[in-house]
Design a protein around this ligand. Structure first.
Ligand code: ZN
Length: 324
């Protein structure tokens, strides 16, 4: 009898051992299928947010320029289906348009590498005396412009900010009180460097001692009155980049760089940054040819559709104007 008990006990022990992991209810159940699409940036920068505008379908609803922000390289988008595209913004980088994305019904992972910022050379011709004072002003303009571009993720920086003393040019006196009708003669008489924006510093523009003129949209020309505020150059180069005034819109105020009359210009919307790069008339394309082979979108100022984000589209707040 005692032997039988030992045999039963040994048998039970053998059964327990042969059981392996069975009955171990501390193992969590397998996770549900993960239906999260991801846009992954391969070259993120520490502490610099990635901003996205995404087109596709969420559920059965088509979404246009749905905004996402992420500090992580993997931007979590939730479940997006259908076909669409994404516009990607990042500091000190040119924005990217990723077209023809097929958002599959399971996980879609889109990997993108951001290009460097675009470096543009400019030449500043100083016609108005005193040269040294006006040279200092012109340098201030460049510093403020650079700061605004960096803060607003314009993805553009000055490669070379050449300043030429033209105060001794005998023709300079003819252009000190500048209006746009003088533009072509000024270029011929003072000088002009090709394939770059040329900036001319005069005494008055349109009769004002602190005004500026690009004379046309998408040009490579700027006239600046020597007493202009330091933020005005970013406005005039905004015209060179194809941007129009925003005064008529209730979702803009004087803090936007493209307000026509302001000394508090500091913000660009993502709709403006997009147009600056993708519009064919932008100096980045037609003066600098800096985006050869990249997509072009001829977005009208007030165009707002699947091809063009609204001019008032914001991923990040601009003062009192919230992301939208
Ligand atoms: Zn203007």
């Amino acid at each position: 009898m005692k032997q039988l008990n030992i045999i039963i006990l040994l048998g039970l022990l053998l059964l327990l051992h042969s059981c392996g992991g069975c009955g171990d209810d501390s193992t969590p159940p397998p996770p549900p299928p993960n239906s999260n699409d991801i846009l992954s940036i391969s070259n993120t920068q520490t502490d610099e947010e990635i901003g996205l505008l995404v087109d596709g379908n969420i559920g059965s609803v088509a979404v246009n320029d749905s905004a996402f922000v992420s500090l992580d390289k993997d931007v979590q988008l939730g479940e997006i289906t259908g076909t669409g595209e994404a516009i990607i913004f990042n500091n000190r980088r040119a924005p990217v348009l990723r077209q023809n994305i097929n958002w599959k019904t399971d996980n879609t992972i889109i990997v993108e590498t951001m290009p460097d910022e675009i470096l543009i050379p400019v030449t500043v011709w100083i016609l108005h005396t005193p040269y040294t004072t006006n040279r200092t002003n012109a340098i201030d303009w460049s510093l403020t412009t650079s700061m605004i571009w960096e803060n607003e993720r314009m993805g553009v920086a000055f490669e070379d900010y050449e300043i030429i003393d033209a105060t001794n040019n005998p023709n300079a006196a003819n252009y000190l009180n500048f209006t746009c009708s003088m533009r072509n003669n000024l270029i011929n008489d003072i000088g002009n460097k090709p394939n770059r924006i040329n900036i001319y510093v005069v005494e008055t523009v349109d009769g004002g001692t602190s005004r500026g003129q690009a004379c046309s949209i998408g040009s490579d020309f700027v006239a600046m009155a020597s007493q202009a505020g330091s933020e005005l150059l970013s406005h005039e180069i905004g015209h060179n980049f194809g941007l129009l005034h925003t005064d008529s819109r209730s979702d803009f105020n004087r803090t936007n760089v493209m307000h026509s009359a302001s000394n508090t210009r500091q913000y660009f919307t993502e709709g403006q940054v997009f147009r600056s790069h993708f519009n064919p008339s932008s100096a980045l394309n037609d003066t600098y040819n800096a985006r050869s082979g990249k997509p072009i979108r001829n977005c009208g100022h007030l165009q707002s559709d699947s091809q063009c984000p609204d001019i008032g589209k914001r991923i990040w707040e601009d003062g009192t104007f919230r992301p939208n």
